[in-house]
Structures are given as structure tokens and as C-alpha cells.
Design a protein around this ligand. Structure first.
Ligand SMILES: Cc1cc2nc3c(=O)[nH]c(=O)nc-3n(C[C@H](O)[C@H](O)[C@H](O)COP(=O)(O)OP(=O)(O)OC[C@H]3O[C@@H](n4cnc5c(N)ncnc54)[C@H](O)[C@@H]3O)c2cc1C
Length: 449
């Protein structure tokens, strides 16, 4: 560590914090509260040259390091105990180029800040449902969200990148490297900047529909049976839906977040009404708004930091067998404010140009996020046990319906079989890894092929 401290004192443009620094506690904070795993030092580069020199100093001196964006890894893998945390949040530029329908986005930009800038420019892009997540950390691992069916996954938005490779070289990514970045996470490079696709966006329809939930098992089953039928009528790709159960002031409610992302709001309203009819309705609150306003609403529903973990099985279909388990466990969840689960869907109509990507989970499927989020360790333990039982019950349903590809960010290391996850794209990722990070400098990234 002395070599790094020496380097930082000679390069005072790179800010840093040690456990003795007044701002250390704030800087190390992540979405998941971690009382034990603490970085030895947090370094805060601003330029790509800073990152390149840092990677050189760290690798030459064999110092363990990890890269931090929005700090939303659910298993705390963003931090190496006593290691160096390269905190990317100072790399926060956002430049929209309307002529090329792209934007350059710094590797530490938080999605809510992206929405704020895009709102001014009247554009948008695919994004995570929860806007406190880091855009790069979300996009490079796949990136599900309410615009996935309209515009594709996060990885599919990436058209360029400026990075620092495992040897500290500054690289404008070629197609080989871009292919690895699209789904390969931070395993081959530190991403200084992504160039992403953007789409015109002004008014959208956004909000939620809550259904009568006295009998959660019946409501969730009915909604999903009717939803399956509605899909035969070809729901337009602009309609994004995210189902979940929330404990609110009105009790426990089965709720769907709705985001209609086309400018044809009249058509959107018709489809919102169809969705509202899928089960007996309690409240419908979907109105013309902007992606920014909608995301600000979602942000109010998510804790800033929690004792937390997640269980995230995938299914080809939400069959009655699966929804009955979801309903049963939603009903018997310990009382706690906030969401019990959320369901992402990759629909068949999602754009399918993904030849140049290692992200392999491309069949239509659902991801069930079982959330154990609590403000105290005691409440967390109770929720974690409930989540484990919920997961085990889901995994006892028809094995042929279980989607075999785990979503890396939302699964613990013991459930990550990278060969299985990347399938025939595994060798492409390995080849890029050998080319850009032959000495495995990024061994602490979430993806470890
Ligand atoms: C509340 C919550 C909501 C979520 N919602 C969604 C959702 O709607 N859809 C979805 O698909 N996922 C979702 N996720 C998962 C989330 O997208 C991933 O965990 C993502 O990796 C988090 O990125 P981050 O930058 O915030 O986190 P971090 O913990 O900072 O980063 C995670 C890892 O990404 C890599 N990384 C991040 N930035 C860089 C960079 N600039 N260069 C190189 N590597 C980098 C590093 O390996 C790092 O360890 C959610 C997670 C949480 C906690």
C-alpha cells in the first residue's frame, strides 16, 4: 500500500480517502449495508489518464482492487476487504449527440442523474427500474428494465467504449472488446465511458395499477393467466410491466409498475386499460408523465441502503404452479414496509440483434427477484429465511420451466457457473480476457470467467 500512497501524494489530482478520512464512511456506503467488508483505501479518479496510471501502480505492486460504480451489487462484491476501491463516481459526464442518436456516459453515472440530463435533452435509453443503480454497472451485466421490450437490454445499447485494460492501456474499444463488454461486466476493463443509443422521448405514460389483494394467491394467478392471453394479442413493445407486491399504508398490495414509452399516448391508454382489467382492480394511477418523474416516484419506494440479499430464479413462463408459490410466499412474508418481490420479463418482441454480445439469456423469460431488504439485522434475518424458503419452493416447481441461465448480478457466487451462463459465448469472453487482461488484474470483478 505504501507505493500507492506515495503515488497518490505525487498525483494530488486523484482524490482519495482512508479509514481515517472524515468522508470515508460516506464514500464506502453501498446499497447493501456491510459492517465488516471495508476497503483499505478509496481512490476517486476523474480522467481516463488517472485510471490508467492507477491500474499500472496497482498491478505492478500486486495490490488487490475492485471497481465501484453505483454500489448496488446485492452481495457486496464491489469491495475487496482491505483492498483498493476505484470509485468511479467522479467520472460523471453525460454528453448527448442528437445527430448520431447517441450519448457518452461516464463510467460512474447514476441512472437518476442520466434521467435528469436526458430529460433536458428530450431523449431516453433503456435503464434499470430502480434509478439509484449505476448505469454502467447495470448495462455491462445485461441490464433488464421497463424499456427492454421496446429498446433491448442495457448491453444492447452500447455502441462504443473508452476503457483502461488490465495492463493500464487506454483503449478505444474495437468490436472484439465491445462484444465482451456487452454482458461480460467489468471482467476485461475499467469502463471510463460508454457510448450508448438514445431515443427521442417527451411524454410517456407511467404509474402503477394495484389489484384487490385480499386473496393474493388468486389475484396473482388470475392476473398472470389473463396476461398470458393478452400477450397473444401482441402487446406493443412500448408497454413495459413490472409486477410486485408492496406493503404500503393500504396493506399488502399486488401492484404493477406500468411504463408506456411510445409518444402515441392514446394507444397507450387503451393498453393500460386492458392491463387494469387483468384482475379486479383496487387503484389505477397511470398518467402522462416523463421518464424522470416516473423514476423519481420509483426512487421514493426503494430504501437508500439496507441489510439485504436477493434470490433470483428465472422461468420460461409464469405458470399457475409458479404463481401459486409466488402468491403463497407474498402472503406469508413477515410484515415489513417495501417490496417483497419484483418480476422482470424479457418478451419475445424485444429487439434481437445481439450477435455482438456475450449476454446469452435471450429466450423470452421471467426473472423473479425475491427481495429481503431490512433496516435492522434482526428483521433482515427473518426476511432472509423467508426468502430462502420462497426460493426453495419455486425451485421445486417443474424443472423444465426453470430458466437455466442465472442473471449474474442478482445471484450469489455459488450459483454462478460462468460456462453455463455464457454458453457458446464463453470462449469469446475468454479470448477477449486473454487479449485485454492476460494477468487477470480484474480478478475481483463480479464476473470471473
Ligand atoms: C435496488 C436494486 C435495484 C436493481 N434493479 C435492477 C434492474 O431493474 N435491472 C437489472 O438488470 N438489475 C438491477 N439491479 C442489479 C444491478 O443492475 C447490478 O447489481 C449492477 O451491477 C449494479 O451496478 P452499480 O454500478 O450500481 O454497482 P457496483 O456495486 O458499484 O458495481 C457492480 C460491479 O460492476 C462492475 N462495474 C461497475 N462500474 C464499472 C465500471 N465503470 N467499469 C468496470 N466495472 C464496473 C464492477 O465489477 C462492480 O463490482 C438492481 C440492484 C439493486 C440493489
Amino acid at each position: 500500500m505504501d507505493q500507492l500512497i506515495h503515488f497518490l501524494s505525487a498525483n494530488s489530482n486523484i482524490r482519495h480517502a482512508t479509514p481515517e478520512s472524515a468522508d470515508f464512511a460516506d464514500l464506502r456506503e453501498q446499497f447493501v449495508i456491510q459492517e465488516t467488508r471495508t476497503p483499505g483505501i478509496i481512490v476517486r479518479p476523474r480522467t481516463i489518464e488517472d485510471i490508467a496510471s492507477l491500474v499500472k501502480v496497482l498491478t505492478i505492486n500486486n495490490l488487490p482492487f475492485s471497481v465501484r460504480g453505483g454500489g448496488h451489487d446485492m452481495f457486496g462484491r464491489t469491495v475487496v476487504e482491505d483492498g483498493v476501491s476505484i470509485d468511479m463516481r467522479e467520472v460523471s459526464h453525460i454528453h448527448v449527440d442528437k445527430a448520431s442518436h447517441t450519448a457518452r456516459v461516464g463510467g460512474g453515472v447514476i441512472i437518476l442523474d442520466l434521467h435528469r440530463e436526458f430529460d433536458k435533452q428530450k431523449v431516453t435509453t433503456a435503464h434499470a427500474v430502480t434509478p439509484t443503480v449505476g448505469f454502467t454497472g447495470w448495462a455491462i451485466h445485461g441490464g433488464y428494465g421497463l424499456l427492454s421490450t421496446n429498446y433491448g437490454l442495457g448491453s444492447d445499447q452500447i455502441v462504443g467504449a473508452r476503457v483502461v485494460d488490465g495492463q493500464g492501456n487506454i483503449v478505444d474499444a474495437d468490436e472484439t472488446l465491445l462484444t465482451a463488454i456487452r454482458g461480460g461486466g467489468g471482467s476485461v476493463a475499467v469502463i471510463y465511458e460508454l457510448v450508448i443509443k438514445v431515443y427521442p422521448s417527451e411524454k410517456i405514460l407511467g404509474g402503477f395499477v394495484a389489484y384487490q389483494s385480499a386473496d393474493l394467491v388468486a389475484t396473482i394467478r388470475q392476473y398472470n393467466e389473463n396476461y398470458r392471453k393478452l400477450k397473444y394479442e401482441k402487446i406493443p413493445p412500448a408497454m413495459g410491466l413490472f409486477q410486485g407486491v408492496i406493503d404500503g399504508p393500504g396493506g399488502r398490495l399486488f401492484t404493477i409498475f406500468v411504463l408506456w414509452s411510445s409518444s402515441d399516448l392514446e394507444e397507450g391508454q387503451k393498453w393500460v386499460d386492458r392491463v387494469a382489467e387483468l384482475a379486479p382492480i383496487a387503484v389505477k394511477n397511470v398518467a402522462p408523465t416523463t421518464i424522470l418523474e416516473f423514476s423519481e416516484l420509483v426512487a421514493t419506494l426503494t430504501e437508500k441502503k439496507s441489510y439485504a440479499t436477493i434470490f433470483c430464479p428465472g422461468f420460461y413462463d409464469l405458470t399457475p404452479e409458479v404463481t401459486d408459490v409466488i402468491g403463497t410466499y407474498a402472503k406469508n412474508r413477515p410484515n415489513y414496509p417495501g417490496p417483497a418481490f419484483g418480476i422482470h420479463e424479457l418478451r419475445a418482441e424485444a429487439p434481437r440483434e445481439f450477435a455482438n454480445s456475450v449476454f446469452n439469456a435471450r429466450d423470452p423469460h421471467f426473472l423473479v427477484e425475491i427481495l429481503a431488504l431490512a433496516a435492522s439485522p434482526e428483521a433482515f434475518e427473518e426476511l432472509r429465511e423467508w426468502g430462502q424458503r420462497f426460493y426453495d419452493a419455486l425451485m421445486k416447481t417443474d424443472p423444465a420451466n426453470v430458466y437455466p441461465i442465472s442473471y449474474i448480478p442478482l445471484n450469489p457466487d455459488e450459483r454462478l457457473d460462468f460456462r453455463l451462463i455464457y454458453g457458446r459465448r464463453y470462449e469469446i469472453l475468454k479470448k477477449a480476457k486473454q487479449q485485454y487482461d492476460p494477468s487477470n488484474a480484474f480478478k475481483h470483478s463480479v464476473v470471473r470467467p
